[in-house]
Structures are given as C-alpha cells and as structure tokens.
Design a protein around this ligand. Sequence first.
Ligand SMILES: *[C@@H]1O[C@H](CO)[C@@H](O)[C@H](O)[C@H]1NC(C)=O
Ligand SMILES: *[C@@H]1O[C@H](CO)[C@@H](O)[C@H](O)[C@H]1NC(C)=O
Length: 343
Amino acid sequence: MAPSRSRAPLLSLLAVASLLPHSVWGFDCKDILADRTHFNFKELGGPHVVHWQEQDLAKELQWKYNFTVDLCDSLKWHKGGSLATECHHGARVCGIRENIDLSSDKNSTITPIDIAGTFQTQNGRNIDARFELLSRSKSHSDAGREGVRATLNGGRFPFDKKKEGTNQRAIIEFVCDKERTGLEGDEKDVRPHEDGDKEEKKGDDKKEEKLRAREENSNGKCEDTDASLRFCGYQEEIEDKDKKVRTLRLEWRTKYACEDAPAVDGGSHWGFFGWFFIIVFLAIAAYLIFGSWLNYNRYGARGWDLLPHGDTIRDIPYIAKDFARKVVGSVQGGGSRGGYAAV
Ligand SMILES: *[C@@H]1O[C@H](CO)[C@@H](O)[C@H](O)[C@H]1NC(C)=O
Ligand SMILES: *[C@@H]1O[C@H](CO)[C@@H](O)[C@H](O)[C@H]1NC(C)=O
C-alpha cells in the first residue's frame, strides 16, 4: 500500500552531490587535501597579483606580465573587459602579457594567457588540481620543507588553437611560515570588476619594488622580495611523455600551510557527512510528505494513517522505551550482581 521504496534516486542524488564540488569548482580552497592532511586556504582567496618581465634586447622586444591568482574562485572580468584583454571565464590563474616594441614608442599590445582553470568552452579543459605535501615529495630540494605543492592545470595558449598551442599550468608551493598570514606585501587586483564589487585597499608595500627583471634560466630561485607571494619562474617544462607545458611557478609563504595551522574562523565544517545527513534528511522528509499525500489521495487516509508506515512510526516510542529498559536492566543487573546474585 505504501509507495514502492526505490533507493536508486537517493543513491544517484548522493553520487551527483559528491561529484559536483570537483567538476564544477575544481577544488575547495577551504578544504584542500594533500596526503591525508587538510589545509584551509580561505584567507588566501581573492585575486592576488605578481609581476614579471622578460626581454629580448636583440629583437628590441619586451614582455611585461601580470599574473593573477584566485585560489577560491574563478577570476572575474574587469569592467569593460573582453576576450582581448581578459582570460576566458573559468580561469583561476591568468597571465596578462604586455608586448612592448622597444623600437617604436608607445606601441604595445595586450595578450591574455589562460594558465589554469576549468573552462566550459572548447573541449572543456579542466583544472585537475593536484596537491602533495612538500615533505612527501621525492625532490631533494624539498627536504625539510613543510607545506603543500599545488599543481593547477587546464590552461592553453593560444587557447583556441589545437595544434600550435602550448599547455599551461601553475605550480604553487605553499610553504609553512608561522610568522606570515600570506598577505604581507600583497598586491590585490585593484581595477574595478564587472559585477561592481568594491575592491579592498592596495597592499602595504610600494609598488615600484614589484617590477623586477629576472635573469633568464634562473630556475628554482624565486623573486627577491619580502612579499609572501613570490614569482619563481615561467618557463617551458617537459611533462611526462615529452609534452611541453609552460609552467608558472609561485611560492606562497603562509602559516596556513603549516600542518598544525590554526583553525580558520567561520570556515564551513560541512564535510561529506554534513551534506550526507542533509540529503538523507531531505529525502526522508520528501518521502513522508509524498507518501502522506499519496495515502490521502488514494486511500482517503487521515491522522496516523496518512504517514507511510504510520503504524511503525507510531510504535517507535514504545520500541525505544523497550530498548532503553533492556539496556538499563542489563546495566543494573551487571552492576548489582555482586550484592544480590548469590541470593
Ligand atoms: C599590470 O599591473 C600594473 C600594476 O598593478 C598595472 O599598472 C598594469 O596596467 C598592469 N598591466 C596589464 C597589462 O594589465
Ligand atoms: C603598432 O604596431 C602595429 C603592428 O605591430 C601597427 O599596425 C600599428 O600601426 C602601430 N601603432 C602605432 C600607434 O604605432
């Protein structure tokens, strides 16, 4: 008489719910998992900018880069932005390159470079974020370092060209530094965004210090600055199978990368189980409501009879009482055996 109980819809709902955060958002900056250690990088969210410039004096060319990273969300376009000046929607790491022709005055062009993100357009490139503890890394240079290495993929430049393009990725090393929040010397993206959000104040350091030319091929060394987020390189690297991938390397010194990092206030603690219980609760509620409605319409049921399995539900208090009595009885029996058992 009760509607048939199929668990398939509930299971598929659960499956979808557990897949969503990964496929849609890439990863959750509030709960980053690296080799069973959790990190909360919520405080590092929002767009943060680092600079770099390289030049080819023989060709009288210069390239100035602004790299913007947002760990927690995809980057928003600036007001009046277009694909000529902005990365594709879904980018979390974006490079804006200014190509300067040193031979002709004031003639420069802007080229956006998608470095990492999850993009809906084209063939749906995915950020495929990977996290590993520096202490577990095979590399010798990581010995004794505490922190996480994040590899963020999905970028390509030129984005639309399948053949000529080069894959892009960002590798960010979050290094434990108990003295730093990670926002020291920070440069926020200060230009107004499309959705008109109010931007926070600029970082506390002088901007002129930020633009530093770097020697070519100084791999492995980071920019010499006191800022917590530092540029360490943007070179072509060989991934497995001889595939070239141009890799933006950043280092981020922060206490949130310490394995005993302080808990971040206001962080949401809904883990998988939180959502699991919410979904189970909603499913039960929906089942009861729908079941009642069916019973009401089909059988004209009233009162307790409205509920599917109404009689079972009605009996729950008695079953519980019975159970409690048994438990109490066995505990008392066990506790008093010494006194009375012999009688
Ligand atoms: C890069 O950043 C600097 C400083 O924030 C800014 O003046 C410049 O216009 C930016 N360049 C591009 C191409 O966005
Ligand atoms: C800038 O250079 C482009 C070619 O690279 C040329 O077509 C354009 O006329 C130049 N603009 C100025 C203002 O010199």
